[in-house]
Design a protein around this ligand. Structure first.
Ligand SMILES: [Zn+2]
Length: 407
């Protein structure tokens, strides 16, 4: 069904994607539709077909290589071969790119190391470390993940802490927590009530990470717009329309604020564990909030992954944020080899050039993802032209310090 909205006619186009509306609203829209059809002043164009090209004549700086070698703290080279509703069930890994294929891009783009956050658990983790980290020392680092499929075991807290220690012995450099915790994991794993991020059953796991100096890369919640209705007011309408399962509006989902507070309680309770709070502290829409948390929690750092679009649309605020927290921001992209479905995180030359352009130049109004239509929302970004000492820290030093790599 296609609803056309009169308010868009002023732009010479019609809204061609389906928007859920009530019966009365539909009837009203149908009335407007009929009126508009008789009105020949307006061309018809579905929103999905709209690809405006900027006529703005401004400088375009191509940054083929980063100014300094870098560590990409946030990539996904492997995934579990079997998962259900966000829970990885099989230890066996599926690899999304071969080391040689990845190394070619890495060498072209000045990427010294990629951190594969989704290294998995048990034998799968061992396998990932063997195939990448150990085969190409200094180029790949793997993080472990919790085995939620064991969550029902009565001794799960101890089993999980022991698995972290085993992962450390196998070569894992940190622990990755996906948004699964807080949004998917339930008491009966895939059913029942949602398990809270600060559930005490995970305390031994956080403690193990602190003892073993394994940083915890934690993804909590998601963009704020994913918690609001997928309607015409939603700034990520097209993204949610393409991926309806990314909406956490309604059902029994906690609010964004509840999720972030639960995460904060974990950081407060485990001051010796280092938390890399991914995606700019998972609240890049509100850098004041992220700043407050960085001030409150000395054990917190953030990465930039998949949020260049958010940072770049608030360049002045972002620049101040990088100035102030230059020792606590890590370069990350969320790059996924062959992840063409998500242009904002597909591992290729173009993606890295966008990040470099944002960090290193003062270019204006450019695309934040290699895509015909901006995939996360219809806006463009501006560079923040960081000075060299900050670039060095963000590209390499901050991550190297957390991972225990020599600078
Ligand atoms: Zn990610």
């Amino acid at each position: 069904m296609i609803n056309r909205r009169r308010w868009l006619y002023g732009l010479g186009m019609a809204f061609g994607a389906a928007i859920p509306t009530g019966t009365a609203a539909s009837a009203q829209a149908a009335g407007q539709d009929a009126a508009a059809q008789q009105d020949t002043r307006y061309n018809r164009l579905a929103l999905t077909d709209y690809e405006p090209r900027s006529m703005l004549q401004v400088s375009h700086t191509r940054v083929e290589k980063s100014r300094f070698p870098l560590i990409d703290i946030h990539t996904h080279i492997s995934v579990s071969t079997r998962s259900d509703r966000g829970i990885e069930l099989a230890a066996e890994r599926q690899y999304l790119g071969t080391p040689n294929e990845l190394l070619q891009v890495m060498d072209r783009k000045n990427i010294r190391a990629m951190v594969n956050l989704t290294g998995g658990f048990d034998n799968g983790l061992h396998d990932a470390v063997t195939k990448y980290d150990k085969a190409f020392p200094g180029r790949f680092y793997s993080f472990a993940e919790p085995s939620y499929s064991k969550f029902k075991q009565p001794d799960y807290p101890r089993v999980q802490a022991d698995a972290i220690a085993q992962g450390h012995r196998d070569g894992a450099r940190g622990l990755k927590i996906r948004k699964t915790l807080g949004l998917y994991l339930r008491e009966n794993i895939t059913s029942g009530t949602l398990v809270k991020i600060d559930d005490p059953r995970f305390d031994p796991m956080w403690d193990a990470c602190a003892q073993l100096h394994m940083p915890v890369a934690i993804h909590v919640s998601d963009p704020l717009a994913f918690f609001t209705p997928t309607d015409r007011f939603n700034e990520r309408y097209e993204e949610l329309n393409n991926h309806p399962d990314w909406s956490f509006h309604g059902h029994d989902f906690p609010s964004n604020a509840d999720l972030l507070e639960a995460r904060n309680r974990v950081m407060a309770r485990h001051p010796k564990a280092q938390f890399i709070v991914l995606h700019v502290g998972n609240f890049s829409e509100d850098l004041a909030n992220v700043s407050q948390n960085l001030d409150r929690f000395p054990n917190m750092t953030v990465d930039t992954a998949a949020r260049v679009g958010e940072l770049g649309r608030q360049p002045r605020t972002a620049r101040k944020f990088f100035d102030k927290y230059q020792d606590r921001i890590l370069f990350g992209t969320d790059a996924t080899p062959h992840g063409d479905e998500f242009p904002q995180q597909v591992f290729n030359d173009e993606l890295y050039e966008i990040y470099y352009r944002f960090l290193e130049t003062d270019d204006e109004y450019f695309d934040y993802a290699p895509a015909k239509v901006p995939p996360q929302g219809r806006w463009r970004i501006y560079g923040i032209e960081l000075p060299e000492p900050i670039l060095r820290k963000v590209y390499y030093d901050n991550a190297a310090r957390l991972l225990g790599i020599n600078i």
